[in-house]
Ligand binder design. Structure first.
Ligand code: NAP
Length: 267
């Protein structure tokens, strides 16, 4: 018999947070016990996400909300400025963090890992919870062993602040771990318009397209003698991340310290 997992959501009225709230409300194995955000305090979060009243009011006080809701897990989709403080509050209250907020440094991940271990709990930080995107990265890493000539093109909306995307950097890191060292292209190549060959990473290139109307897509293109291989993933909407978040909420119970990257849960 499975036990119910009590879930708190930080950033609950944000774009991702609302999807998480809907996902938790729809899963009988999960119970929404707290919704934390900076606005709409006191309003029923069920109504905010377009569902029936669920009896959970939005709170601005994370610690209080975690304690009164007896949360087991905190799912955080807030901002790079808030997430670390939120995670520390959760860990100190023995609430396991499942973090989708991006912008972590390796040092912060290490700090949270140590904090988790000292409180005897685990947590998950994943820059991409989309199962399809993780498979795209894994397949690309595998292909790089046999086809070392590669370029990445990632596409996002025109309001995205960072380039290249966190997912393309993670893909590039995985490719570099599996690919023989190689500087691609013509050594005499010259750019007549600066940046036209994209960003340079470990011998290959990453290109960032930013356009209105685009959500999140990535293509990894391998070239060999007489052939190309394209591995492509398209995200159309935020609900696509929810099966991954749901799995992480359930898997975090069995984790010790911080696990970084959702790929560790997909074999
Ligand atoms: P968003 O719509 O701006 O939502 C963030 C929400 O968090 C806002 O309502 C914000 O309030 C609130 N917030 C900020 N600080 C808070 C705090 N200390 N406590 C509680 N709530 C707080 O952003 P989003 O599009 O949902 O994205 C959120 C994060 O998820 C970003 O870092 C994004 O890159 C990341 N993301 C990750 C994945 C993944 O698969 N891992 C996928 C998509 C997005 P204010 O508006 O008042 O600041």
């Amino acid at each position: 018999m499975s036990t119910i997992i009590n879930v708190a959501v930080a950033g609950a009225i944000g774009r991702m947070g609302q999807e998480v709230v809907k996902m938790v409300l729809a899963d009988p194995e999960l119970k929404l016990v707290a919704a934390i955000d900076r606005a709409s305090e006191g309003a029923d979060i069920g109504r905010i996400v377009g569902k029936e009243e669920c009896g959970v009011a939005v709170s601005g006080d994370l610690e209080q909300a975690l304690l009164s809701g007896q949360a087991d897990v905190l799912v955080d989709f807030t901002t790079p400025h808030s997430v670390v403080a939120n995670a520390k509050i959760a860990i100190r209250n023995k609430v396991r963090p499942v973090i989708g907020t991006t912008g972590f440094t390796p040092e912060t991940i290490e700090e949270l890992d140590k904090l988790c271990l000292s409180y005897g709990i685990g947590g998950i930080i994943a820059p991409n919870f989309s199962i399809g995107a993780i498979l795209m990265m894994k397949f690309a890493a595998q292909a790089a062993k046999y086809m070392p000539h590669v370029e990445i093109i990632e596409y996002h909306g025109d309001q995205k602040l960072d380039a290249p995307s966190g997912t393309s950097i993670k893909t590039a890191e995985l490719i570099a771990q599996n690919r023989q060292e190689l500087r691609q292209g013509n050594p005499k190549e010259e750019e007549t318009i600066e940046g036209s060959r994209g960003g340079y990473y470990n011998g290959f290139r990453i290109h960032s397209v930013r356009l209105p109307g685009v959500f999140a897509q990535q293509e990894v293109i391998f070239g060999g003698d007489g052939q190309t291989l394209k591995i492509r993933h398209d995200s159309y909407e935020r609900s696509g991340y929810m099966p991954g978040v749901n799995l992480a909420v359930k898997k975090v119970q069995g984790v010790s310290g911080i696990v970084y990257g959702f790929e560790h849960f997909i074999d």
